[in-house]
Design a protein around this ligand. Structure first.
Ligand SMILES: [Zn+2]
Length: 256
C-alpha cells in the first residue's frame, strides 16, 4: 500500500505520513465540461491529477482525490454553461467544498497544501475557498496552514509555447479543447481522444465584454474555442514534462 494517492492508503499509513504536518498534499481541482466532439469531458480533472501524481513522486508529496466538478463554464474560456454535458457548481458550493476539504486535511495534521487547478473558471473561487478555510483555522488557533494555488498551464515556458505553436500562439483563453489539452490527453489518455472528430477551425473571437444570458451563437458549434488538429502525443509529452518540472521546482521553494 505504498501510493502517492491518499485514497489508496489505509488510514494508519496516511496518518503516519501527515500527522506531523511536513508532507505536502496536492489537491487537483477540475470540472465536468464539454471539450469538443473529439474528447471526453474530463480533461480538466485527468490532466492536473496526472501532473500531481508525477510532482508528488518528485517532491515526496501526496495527492488527494480531485474535486471533479468546477465553477460554471464561461463562454469566452470554456464555451459556456449552456453546452450539453457541462455540469457545474454554484460559486458558493465550490468555495464551501474547498473550505471543507482543506479544514479536514488540517484536522489530520496537514499544514501544506497545493491546489492544482485544471479549469480556468475555478481560479478565484479557489482563492475564496482557501481564504475562508484559513480564516476559520485561525479562529481555531491554527496559524501555520499554508496553501499554494496554481494552474498548470502557467508552467508552460515561452520556449515550449514557441515549439508547440510554431504558427502563432492563440492565447490560453481560447485553448479550450485545443492543442494544449488535446495533446496532453493524447499522451496520457489516448483512448479518450478521437482525432478523426477534431474540428479544424479558426480561434474563436469575442467582443471585449461578457453578456448574460449568454448568446449561444457566440460559441463555435464544436464547443472548442480553437482547432485541436495540430495536437499530437509528442507535444503532450513535452507539455507534461515542462509542467511537472516547473511545478516540482516551484513547490520545493514554496514549501522549503
Ligand atoms: Zn479544459
Amino acid at each position: 500500500m505504498d501510493s502517492v494517492h491518499i485514497a489508496e492508503l489505509s488510514w494508519p499509513v496516511y496518518d503516519e505520513k501527515v500527522k506531523h504536518g511536513r508532507t505536502v498534499v496536492l489537491l487537483p481541482i477540475g470540472a465536468l465540461e464539454q471539450h469538443g466532439p473529439h474528447m471526453s469531458m474530463n480533461p480538466d480533472v485527468l490532466l492536473p491529477t496526472a501532473m500531481a501524481g508525477r510532482v508528488a513522486r518528485n517532491i515526496g508529496a501526496l495527492v488527494a482525490p480531485a474535486i471533479a466538478y468546477g465553477y460554471k463554464s464561461q463562454q469566452k474560456s470554456g464555451g459556456g454553461n449552456h453546452m450539453p454535458g457541462t455540469t457545474s457548481l454554484d460559486g458558493l458550493t465550490l468555495t464551501s467544498t474547498i473550505k471543507d476539504v482543506l479544514k479536514e486535511f488540517a484536522r489530520h495534521g496537514v499544514r501544506q497544501v497545493a491546489m492544482v487547478n485544471g479549469h480556468f473558471e475555478n481560479s478565484m473561487f479557489i482563492v475564496e475557498g482557501v481564504d475562508l478555510a484559513l480564516r476559520e483555522l485561525r479562529w481555531e488557533g491554527i496559524h501555520d496552514f499554508k496553501v499554494v494555488v496554481l494552474s498548470y498551464w502557467d508552467f508552460v515556458t515561452e520556449d515550449t509555447i514557441r515549439a508547440i505553436y510554431p504558427y502563432g500562439f492563440p492565447g490560453w483563453a481560447v485553448e479550450h479543447g485545443g492543442v494544449l489539452e488535446t495533446s496532453l490527453m493524447l499522451h496520457l489518455h489516448p483512448q479518450l481522444v478521437d482525432m478523426s472528430k477534431a474540428v479544424d477551425q479558426e480561434p474563436a473571437t469575442f467582443p471585449p465584454y461578457d453578456v448574460f444570458p449568454t448568446k449561444p451563437q457566440w460559441t463555435p458549434c464544436s464547443g472548442c474555442l480553437s482547432s485541436a488538429k495540430p495536437a499530437s502525443a509528442a507535444k503532450g509529452k513535452l507539455l507534461l514534462e515542462v509542467c511537472v518540472e516547473g511545478i516540482s521546482q516551484q513547490l520545493r521553494t514554496a514549501f522549503d
